[in-house]
Design a protein around this ligand. Structure first.
Ligand SMILES: [Zn+2]
Length: 291
């Protein structure tokens, strides 16, 4: 490349990079990994850091999390690599209405015609492409996606013998409609309870006390800890691989370890405990700061 071209190209690249960061897209979270079957009819079709799950039934599939718009071609390639058709996706669900889980919704809907089902509290954020989010409004946005059905705590999404239950687990630094999904799979002659945690971390800059954008955040958190503790869990999954130690478990899984390393009820309980500890620590820090 000539110096003249570099002079034009490098600043343009710099601006593009800034724009990408400004819009909250972290491309280091968007690297392809091989898809795999976790258990029963549940498959991992996400990226290295953004978890997407495919539930395959005789009547079509359900996709949980489209991830970034930039992730959709990777998710699609993963679905096809497993031997399934992307256009067979009938329902598109979300863990949280943040761009790293839901910005690709409009594109998945466009490519598959899937019905988009979203928990109350997140529905308007997805329908407005990020506008109205109590933490990230004005920092980044994405293409809006029509919401076909608003879900409420305990609602079931049923397709071809698979039932996915939506648990409203809001309050954490993620979103007001954050959703933990559960289902039961048959695997090796056993019934296993699957829990896919929506998220529990408190994003930087989120205040628990005197939060004018989210007055009920503490009550919501308390409710969320109760709901998470009430869910029976054999297979522990989440909206990001690091919630459930995916990289490590996957290495054991690929080595053929039995029982299935994704069966981890203790890991699930530990995750709730450590998440609640972090929440209590911040709450205490804020309380002391105001006195
Ligand atoms: Zn996320």
């Amino acid at each position: 490349m000539t110096h003249r071209l570099l002079r034009v190209f490098l600043p343009a690249l710099f601006v593009l990079t800034l724009l990408a960061q400004k819009n909250g897209v972290n491309l280091s979270w968007n690297k392809p990994i091989d898809p795999y079957r976790i258990a029963g009819n549940v498959y991992y079709v996400g990226t290295n850091f953004l978890a997407s799950y495919l539930f395959v039934t005789p009547e079509g599939s359900i996709l949980l999390n489209s991830d970034y718009e930039e992730s959709v071609p990777l998710v699609r390639a993963s679905v096809e690599k497993l031997g399934f058709r992307f256009r067979d996706i009938k329902y598109l669900l979300s863990s949280q209405a943040h761009n790293d889980h839901s910005a690709g919704n409009f594109l998945v809907k466009e490519l598959t015609g899937a019905r988009v089902l979203v928990m109350t509290g997140d529905d308007d954020i997805i329908a407005n492409g990020g506008k109205g989010d109590f933490r990230f409004d004005g920092e980044y946005s994405w293409k809006p996606c029509k919401v076909d059905r608003i879900l409420h705590d305990g609602d079931t999404v049923a397709l071809g013998g698979t039932n996915l239950v939506a648990h409203h687990t809001p309050g954490h630094g993620h979103t007001k409609g954050c959703t933990t999904w559960t289902t039961v799979v048959q695997d090796g002659g056993k019934k296993l309870n699957v829990v896919i945690v929506g998220g529990t971390g408190i994003n930087p800059g989120v205040k628990l006390l005197n939060n004018p954008r989210y007055g009920s955040i503490v009550e919501d958190y308390v409710r969320t800890w109760g709901i998470l503790r009430s869910l029976p869990c054999d297979i522990f999954l989440g909206a990001h691989g690091n919630y459930f130690g995916m990289d490590d478990k996957l290495a054991h899984f690929k080595a053929g370890e039995k029982p299935n390393p994704f069966i981890d009820p203790q890991g699930y309980r530990d995750f709730i405990d450590s998440s609640e500890q972090a929440y209590l620590k911040q709450l205490s820090t804020e309380k002391h700061a105001t006195h």
